[in-house]
Design a protein. Structure first.
Length: 134
């Protein structure tokens, strides 16, 4: 499932990148998508929906925006470096690589495949089967 999660992340990053190209508000909307993507629909993000994954709370509930924000905030950190031209962009890129590597390591070593963002958000990625409690 880790490979599918990586592919879902890449699809979402591509979608955010395309959105960010819209003049004026694109960058803000793209960043908001990355932060809130798992709480937008019943199945979560576009990438997870396409790869038949979804994120729920540990209790099996649909995510709200706060849980999605806590879960994905770690990926926003590199954007903070981008405020500083050139050196900030380089530092942001390095920070993004380190964060992705740490998150991959966390997924690989956790018994339920939870990355740090999952632990902070109280979430878990599951196969796309209805796990929601009604």
């Amino acid at each position: 499932m880790i490979i599918r999660r990586i592919l879902a992340f890449l699809i979402d990053a591509l979608a955010a990148g395309l959105i960010s190209m819209i003049p004026g508000i694109g960058l803000v909307v793209g960043i908001l998508y990355l932060l809130l993507r798992d709480g937008l629909t019943k199945n979560g993000s576009v990438g997870k929906t396409l790869l038949k994954l979804h994120v729920t709370t540990i209790a099996g509930q649909r995510l709200n925006y706060g849980e999605s924000l806590r879960r994905n905030f770690i990926f926003f950190i590199p954007y903070l470096f981008a405020i500083v031209p050139l050196i900030g962009w380089l530092l942001g890129f390095v920070a993004a690589l380190l964060i992705c590597l740490l998150e991959l390591l966390a997924m690989h070593t956790h018994p339920q495949g939870m990355r740090f963002g999952d632990r902070w958000g109280g979430t878990i990625v599951r196969e796309a089967v209805s796990y929601y409690n009604h």
